[in-house]
Ligand binder design. Structure first.
Ligand code: 2AM
Length: 171
């Protein structure tokens, strides 16, 4: 038995509401809007894990020591090839980079290969979308981040994602 898992930042209710409003106010075009309760920012995608690998991954998360930080989601953009519309940041907090780095580094010990693609922090709003021009988001979505989460993907369900476990950020 395997589960499809990833590490993510999960928005609080306030950020979720704001992101949902931004999503709703996008021009009415073809695309699949993410369920409001599925909105998140992926830190590391892990893929299909068995129980042993999952335990290893959770031990990696137990060892992470990174201070809380604030994200300012101040950009709207798209990945034209992936056909994804997203919200992102123009300034990446150092703690966010440190968090992803700590996870990536620890995961090598569980047999994962380091991610070769550059980390592009984003919250996916719409999939299978037609591209829209990038622009600033005014006012930005201010998101104080005090924890990270291990999340399970459940294909075919809605909402699709379920937070399995949370870890508080601490220096
Ligand atoms: P996305 O939002 O840009 O599609 C669960 O699938 C989460 O992991 C999504 O947020 C997805 O990013 C991200 N992800 C990163 N790499 C992935 C991969 N190879 N396959 C599926 N999802 C991936």
């Amino acid at each position: 038995m395997t589960e499809r898992l990833f590490f993510a930042l999960w928005p609080g209710e306030r950020q979720q509401r704001t992101l949902t409003r931004i999503q709703r106010e996008l021009p009415d075009r073809p695309g699949r809007k993410a369920h409001p309760r599925d909105l998140h920012l992926t830190l590391v995608f892990l893929g299909d894990l068995d129980a042993e690998k999952r335990a290893c991954v959770e031990e990696v998360a137990d060892r992470v020591r990174v201070a809380p930080f604030t994200l300012n989601l101040d950009r709207f953009g798209c990945f034209p090839r992936a056909r994804v519309l997203w919200c992102g940041v123009s300034e990446r907090p150092r703690s966010l980079t440190a968090l992803v780095h700590a996870l990536d580094e620890g995961l090598v010990g569980c047999g994962f290969c380091p991610e070769r693609r550059a980390f592009e922090p984003h919250v996916t709003l719409v999939r299978k979308a037609r591209p829209l021009p990038a622009r600033g988001l005014e006012p930005p979505v201010v998101w104080p981040v005090a924890e990270f989460a291990l999340v399970i993907a459940r294909p075919g369900e809605s909402p699709r994602y379920r937070v399995e476990r949370r870890w508080p950020l601490m220096p």
